[in-house]
Design a protein around this ligand. Sequence first.
Ligand SMILES: [Zn+2]
Ligand SMILES: [Zn+2]
Length: 453
Amino acid sequence: MKITDLNAENDIGSNCLYLEVGPFRVLVDCGVHPKKAGKASLPVLSKIPDGTLDFIILTHCHLDHVGALPLVIRRNPQAKILCSAASAMLVKRILRNSVTVMMRQREETGIKDYPFYTYEELDRVESRLFPLPLHGSREFLGRGDRISVTLYPAGHVVGAVGALIEHKGRRHFFTGDVLFLDQNTIRGAAFPREPLDTLVTETTRGATPHHPDLTRAMEQARLLKCIRETIAGGGTMLIAAFAFGRMQEILMLLHAAWEDDLLPDCPIFCSGLGVDLADYFDMISRKTGTVKFRRHVMRDLNARPLRGKFVEPGLDIQERGIYVLSSGMLVENTPAWRISANLLDHPRNTVAFVGYCDPDTPGGRLLAAKPGDEFEYPHLEYTAKVNARVERFHMSGHADREELVQFAKDCTPKHIVLTHGDPPAREWFMKTLRAEIPGAKITDPAPGVPFEV
Ligand SMILES: [Zn+2]
Ligand SMILES: [Zn+2]
């Protein structure tokens, strides 16, 4: 098999691996870079000859894995999109939101590349979806050869899978984004631990040492305590969370606290996409049984979409309560960013982060700020003082690096390929895997350069 990493840099970026497996042409994921804008955010799709792809394996519906999918389908309308049943139900809704966001960005920033695709093109994507049952190997015949694909639950987010490709007796496994721990909404990854020829592994947390005293349960308890303290002090709690996955995780946590009478009596607001996705999660739960989230969670909590006009930045929010809003990194012009402009100046409020924040995003900058520092909202021509409490809770959607090394050891791969990590994270994996699995060849792929496995 020949692999070409089409992400333009060795970072988390726009995930897209181009595989030449015998006569078959396969793409694993097709994302957009979360920190870049316009065409620079796309993988190098020109390396894929038009009309040649047999399959696109979609590991999950985060935009760094799915955001460029309609562009590939436009040039490869014959390709089958292999994914979980849950991802097949979610993908159109997620991409529709992406079109809406790109249209808004075009207006706000003048980037003429946006939107990359239209609402209408999403129907074509939908018509090419080919959901596979989990754990069941599926063989495809064609081009005078055969290839088989098996999807396994990857934890991480609803619908996420790792993929095993078997061809001519050789076994190649792609982890996608993976979390082995159970979450509130989904079970952890269930990957086969059997001998492999190739393991293509994510490396997100390679630069993050394991902290035994930062368990998920302890962090969730600390978050609930922080909510109670903030509301009891007359303040408002903003929890910045990605609309897909993390928001429903937080709502499940709030619901469990509500059942145990540990949640203060106050209104709860969510951003629109998160509320919508709660309905999708309910549907996926009923149809596939792979999700624990049900619609009554929203009803019981009386969680409502955020509506109405934003008040002037700096003015404290009128309706006190818990605001669970996207984006998780407080990206400019998102509901969380906008509401934070009302909360930051006032000491009784809290701004909380529950996922990874890139240092170059407003969320990353706010986490690096000290109390009393100035914090700028250039689009609003407003500068706040960091008087509110700013907290970070560790609930990563990605496996600890030690767990991924153990998984690699269990699979005794001949060749390990590193993906989905910043350079220091890849370096740690390179060094550690070399020491732990001395017989394996390890590749940190150069962007755009094909290599054999
Ligand atoms: Zn992801
Ligand atoms: Zn990812």
